[in-house]
Ligand binder design. Structure first.
Ligand code: KG4
Ligand code: ZN
Length: 331
């Protein structure tokens, strides 16, 4: 069975071809234009998806060495995401569906990340998934492909957002995660302390907005020149605090909902320091922590094609009138 996956929920235009659960191609174009604005500009994102989508899909098809007519179904991200961006992918997928006479399957972007670790790992169900991206920071209990529930979420910013907003404060480019990671390499991670936030209403939940404000206050204390000198120490300390927060909460949740396997997925899971620090939790809890391959951490259509394949196997297909949705509450 051959699935074409399409992902346009934010600022990546991506298409992938998957055959019987194996990825044949995965083309991802990250729109660089947003870096000069310090964040994603929704109108520019949809305009660029519109410009690129046909080229990206054609490239995914030619890279996979199949013909467009060989496709059995089109899996497309339905939400959560930017409505204008989602509509470009959805409408393109609808057009293909009509033109080829093949079914369309609307996929939740979160499902994509939740199962992204299975593309090239064999992770046994049930597993716990820490989903850390620019829009979401959640812990899920995943029992099977269509049986999973949320255990914890952020009450304000997502961890990726904390990296992005932190980078902006430090005068670094968007996306902030990779920039802070690079800047932090030779920095002293213990030089500045950021408090690990507690959420009174639900101790499993995350909060990152206070950390970003603390960073703002800290940088205000420095002159431009001193900030330059201290930049790597501040970046390293800030990165360490975000990672510690994520691992502390994950540890608390695992005390309560223990699983032998854990997946850490989403854009922030590409962070190398995060991967190294997770080794300690793995040993302490006697569990196995998995990470997707780097190319499947940030947004990509391969993870969408993968979920589409699993849905096709149980005939869970969509209608042509499916609509985009901006958040899970509106799914
Ligand atoms: O999963 P993703 O591509 O898009 C969303 O679904 O949001 O995640 C993007 C987020 C951005 O906030 C970006 O700064 C962060 O992932 N990110 C990282 C790294 N690479 C991407 N954060 C920390 N370290 C990284 N190496
Ligand atoms: Zn994502």
């Amino acid at each position: 069975m051959i699935i074409l996956g399409i992902e346009t929920s934010c600022d990546e235009t991506s298409a992938s071809v998957l055959k019987d659960g194996i990825i044949l191609s995965n083309v991802v174009n990250t729109q660089l234009i947003h870096s000069e604005y310090g964040g994603v500009v929704p109108s520019l994102a949809s305009k660029n998806h519109e410009k690129l989508i046909n080229h990206i899909v054609n490239k995914a098809i030619s890279d996979s060495k199949i013909k467009l007519s060989d496709i059995d179904a089109i899996a497309v991200t339905q939400g959560p995401g930017l409505i204008g961006s989602l509509m470009v992918g959805l409408n393109y997928a609808k057009g293909l569906s009509v033109g080829l006479g093949k079914p369309i399957i609307g996929i939740s972007h979160l499902e994509g990340h939740l199962f992204s670790g299975l593309i090239d790992n064999n992770i046994k169900f049930p597993y716990t998934c820490l989903l850390v991206s620019g829009g979401h920071t959640q812990i899920w209990q995943v029992k099977s492909f269509n049986n999973y529930k949320i255990l914890s979420t952020t009450v304000d910013d997502a961890a990726g957002e904390a990296f992005d907003k932190g980078a902006r404060i430090l005068g670094l480019k968007y996306p902030g995660g990779p920039e802070i990671e690079k800047t932090a390499i030779n920095g002293d991670k213990n030089k500045y302390k950021f408090t690990i936030p507690r959420v009174k209403s639900n101790p499993f939940n995350f909060s990152f907005s206070g950390m970003k404000t603390a960073l703002l206050y800290l940088t205000d204390e420095f002159s431009k020149n001193d900030l330059k000198v201290e930049l790597s120490n501040i970046a390293a300390s800030y990165q360490e605090s975000i990672i510690n927060t994520l691992l502390y909460k994950l540890s608390d949740v695992l005390d309560f909902y223990k699983t032998d396997n854990v997946l850490i997925a989403g854009g922030v899971s590409a962070n190398k320091r995060f991967r190294i620090k997770s080794n300690k939790l793995e040993k302490d809890k006697n569990i196995k922590i998995h990470f997707p391959d780097f190319k499947y951490c940030t947004d990509n259509a391969a993870m969408i094609a993968m979920v589409g394949y699993k849905k096709m196997l149980i005939n869970d297909i969509s209608n042509l009138d499916i609509l985009p949705f901006s958040s899970i509450e509106h799914a």
